[in-house]
Design a protein around this ligand. Structure first.
Ligand SMILES: Nc1ncnc2c1ncn2[C@@H]1O[C@H](COP(=O)(O)OP(=O)(O)OP(=O)(O)O)[C@@H](O)[C@H]1O
Ligand SMILES: [Mg+2]
Length: 429
């Protein structure tokens, strides 16, 4: 079954429009139908030409676009498709016609260099709002072949985002067909799946990813959490009558500077990454650059966590401070927890908005709790704010008025399991 919107995507190649913009909800079939429509159009009207298939990175373009396209039996029956992973290109042939589709990443430096030299007859940009503006503009500028078209799709960001202002709002002026997608435009989703996806998001993420609206990230980041913390039946506090035996225990460490404090957060992982619990957290004055003081405080914290929960599997510390990390390791070797030394390593530092997204998903799905000993973590999460001074970009407020140190430490403890947590909810973000 194919929805009306999806049929419009397939028919766009035949239309009088120069560009197609599909924005809106996740899982609505934007990528799937745009990829098919793009190749059908290219093969019908051109031969011996180059096209660009762009994702956020080359890797995501391969995974979300090229591999699913090559797996479709409809496409396999119709075309001869050859993928060269070494050259990041897909060659498609049928009945004496051949076109080449180069695969780029809108956030990859190397893609920007590579796309500069090429002449294109069309470009498909998947998740356009996540690409750099310079890459997108370069890709469009390469389309000099008569009859070329632009195919854009994305989930919404803020209303000041350049793509919204320049393309979505100016669709008519640019002779672009704008199709707004909702999850119900994907007929393959059952009511149960729709409800499950809806329950994954709250706040600004719900408005963007479920309703498909271009709205600002403003005010409190974790609204439901902040609300629950002040209510009598706080659903995020681990139930006192329920025994807690974490499957794994990770500690995140953020080092303080002259304006901030050292922050330690221990997180318990529940079996199969089904959820996590903030176990213990604390903040410590840095006393200038006294690395010994830091090590003593850290080991005291680690000892408390170990005595209570019987394990510490990994410590992820702010990777910007290698000297301090080495100091923690050497002091751990000489401590009562010498085995801890080899478990101390670097934070992964994934993008802050990805960390926020992970935390929101865990909270929305009822997969995050905290213990009474994690009070600084509770307060930091409840107080986290979006920065109202940067409407063009989602940015967390980091001006010293909120406890960013503790948020960082918490995120270092969970971010390395990003994919495992999402996989456990069977959502591949
Ligand atoms: N009409 C349909 N029939 C069968 N399967 C469909 C249909 N439409 C979409 N799907 C499937 O639903 C899933 C989600 O579609 P797709 O990835 O294209 O959504 P999307 O809008 O690009 O989502 P996101 O914004 O998360 O990238 C895919 O597995 C896709 O193959
Ligand atoms: Mg998509």
């Amino acid at each position: 079954m194919i929805s009306q919107k999806q049929l419009q995507v397939l028919a766009f190649g035949e239309s009088r429009y120069d560009a197609l913009i599909c924005d809106g909800a996740i899982r609505s079939g934007k990528t799937a139908f745009m990829s098919v429509g793009f190749v059908l159009w290219a093969m019908k009207y051109f031969t011996g030409r180059n096209f660009a298939i762009c994702g956020k990175t080359v890797g995501t373009a391969m995974k979300n676009i090229v591999v699913p396209l090559m797996d479709l039996s409809y496409m396999r029956r119709r075309y001869d498709m050859k993928l060269s992973r070494a050259e990041n290109k897909l060659t498609v042939s049928r009945g004496g016609r051949t076109n080449t589709f180069y695969i780029y990443g809108g956030k990859d430096e190397s893609s920007y260099m590579l796309i500069q030299g090429i002449t294109l007859a069309g470009v498909m940009l998947d998740e356009t709002a996540l690409m750099t503006r310079s890459f997108v503009e370069q890709a469009l500028a390469r389309c000099s072949v008569e009859g070329s078209k632009f195919w854009f799709n994305c989930n919404p960001a803020g209303p000041k985002h350049w793509f919204y202002e320049e393309w979505v709002c100016k669709a008519e002026e640019k002779n672009a067909l704008h199709l707004h997608f909702e999850m119900r435009d994907n007929p393959s989703l059952s009511e149960e799946m729709l409800r499950r996806y809806e329950s994954l998001y709250t706040g600004v993420f719900y408005q963007r990813y479920i309703l498909g609206l271009w709205v600002n990230a403003e005010g409190t980041i974790y609204r439901e959490f902040a609300g629950a913390v002040t209510s009598a039946q706080n659903r995020f506090l681990w139930p006192p009558d329920q025994k807690l035996k974490p499957w794994r225990v990770n500690i995140g460490v953020d080092f303080g500077g002259h304006l901030s404090k050292h922050s330690f957060v221990a997180v318990g992982v529940l079996p199969g990454w089904s959820g996590c619990v903030g176990l213990m957290s604390c903040r410590v004055e840095p006393y200038g650059e006294d690395a010994d003081h830091l090590a003593v405080q850290f080991l005291r914290f680690a000892q408390a966590v170990f005595s209570r929960y019987g394990r510490i599997d990994a410590v992820y510390a702010d990777s910007a401070e290698q000297t301090l990390i080495r100091h923690l390791i050497s002091r751990a070797q000489a401590s009562e927890l010498p085995w801890l030394a080899v478990r101390i390593g670097n934070s992964a530092k994934i993008e802050i908005n990805d960390r926020i997204r992970l935390t929101s998903i865990l909270m929305a799905a009822g997969r995050f709790w905290y213990m009474p000993e994690a009070q600084t973590l509770r307060d930091a999460l409840a107080a986290a704010l979006w920065d109202s001074r940067s409407p063009a970009q989602d940015r967390r407020l980091d001006d010293g008025t909120t406890d960013i140190d503790t948020l960082d430490a918490f995120e270092y403890a969970i971010e390395r399991d990003y994919k495992r947590y999402l996989k456990s909810s069977e959502v591949n973000g």
